[in-house]
Ligand binder design. Structure first.
Ligand code: PAF
Length: 275
């Protein structure tokens, strides 16, 4: 049976009763099949699974979609129940930040947090790492599951766990895609039919990049052919997000807006003929 708690005090009690190795799946709710894949993997790597559901205001800028971000707690609890999650922690903003956000102690990413998502959304990774670190302290997990869809977030969390000696296994799960290829995201529900059609240039760009010895040029060409997309960045980086190698395995990362909805995607690519 899935137990749902909303306060830190109830979480502490419920957490103490969980047997064996514990895995946490941090989420902002609006759970979809991508989250389901994280939960399924969590059950493989641990005896007990905790899912957190919290739309973290600290990682949204004033002009972003904090107010409209989908909130579907009842459906989220139903999915967690169906997947055999042991404990759901769904706190309020006041429970997480009782003293407000002014003067809050925060966790800052190193320089890798300033590029890509960090450059487009200043303060984003401070918001993410601060809440993830709080959720780790509150749920005291042995393992934590993150999707590769948010590739830079995954890298930032891994780095934080290492740098701050948190002793948690960070487990990555491959990006789940909808039947038309679009990477699953809670934000996909915002897309109109026309925006969705434009958004499909993103998975097409991923496919073109993976089939080409010049993945960046292939992705750029596909994206620039779609007038309905406003591309924020399309880059190829080393797999650790450093400068791309001249040849060999690398990572393609894309961020683009369809209408007002910002979408990200990424995939492994190979530069040159070493494929
Ligand atoms: O990926 C997300 O849903 C969020 O960034 C996370 C990790 C739950 C932190 O709020």
């Amino acid at each position: 049976m899935t137990v749902a708690v909303h306060t830190k005090a109830d979480l502490a009690k419920a957490r103490a009763a969980l047997p064996g190795r514990v895995a946490v799946v941090p989420t902002m709710g609006a759970l979809h099949d991508g989250h389901r894949a994280l939960i399924k993997r969590a059950k493989e790597v641990a005896d007990s699974v905790v899912v957190t559901v919290f739309v973290n205001p600290l990682q949204f800028r004033p002009n972003e979609d904090l107010d409209t971000y989908p909130r579907t707690l009842e459906a989220d609890l139903a999915m967690c129940g169906a997947e055999g999650v042991d404990l759901v922690f769904a706190p309020s903003v006041n429970e997480m930040y009782p003293d407000g956000r002014d003067g809050l102690t925060t966790v800052h990413a190193g320089p890798d947090g300033e590029i890509l998502e960090g450059a487009s959304r200043p303060g984003f990774f401070t918001g993410v790492l601060t809440v993830v670190s709080k959720l780790f302290h509150l749920t005291r997990p042995d393992a934590a599951l993150f999707g590769e869809k948010d590739f830079q977030q995954l890298a930032m969390v891994r780095r934080m766990v290492r740098d701050l000696d948190m002793g948690i296994d960070v487990v990555a799960v491959a990006t789940d895609r909808e039947p038309d290829g679009l990477a699953r995201s809670s934000r996909n529900v915002f897309l109109s039919e026309a925006e969705r059609a434009a958004a499909l240039a993103i998975p097409r760009a991923v496919e073109a990049a993976q089939a080409s010895p010049d993945p960046l040029a292939a992705a750029q060409k596909t994206l620039s052919a779609e007038p309905g997309l406003d591309v924020d960045y399309v880059v190829v980086r080393a797999t650790d997000l450093g400068e791309a190698p001249a040849q060999g395995p690398a990572r393609l990362l894309i961020a683009a807006k369809a209408g007002t909805t910002r979408l990200i995607d990424n995939a492994p690519v190979v530069i040159g003929d070493a494929r």
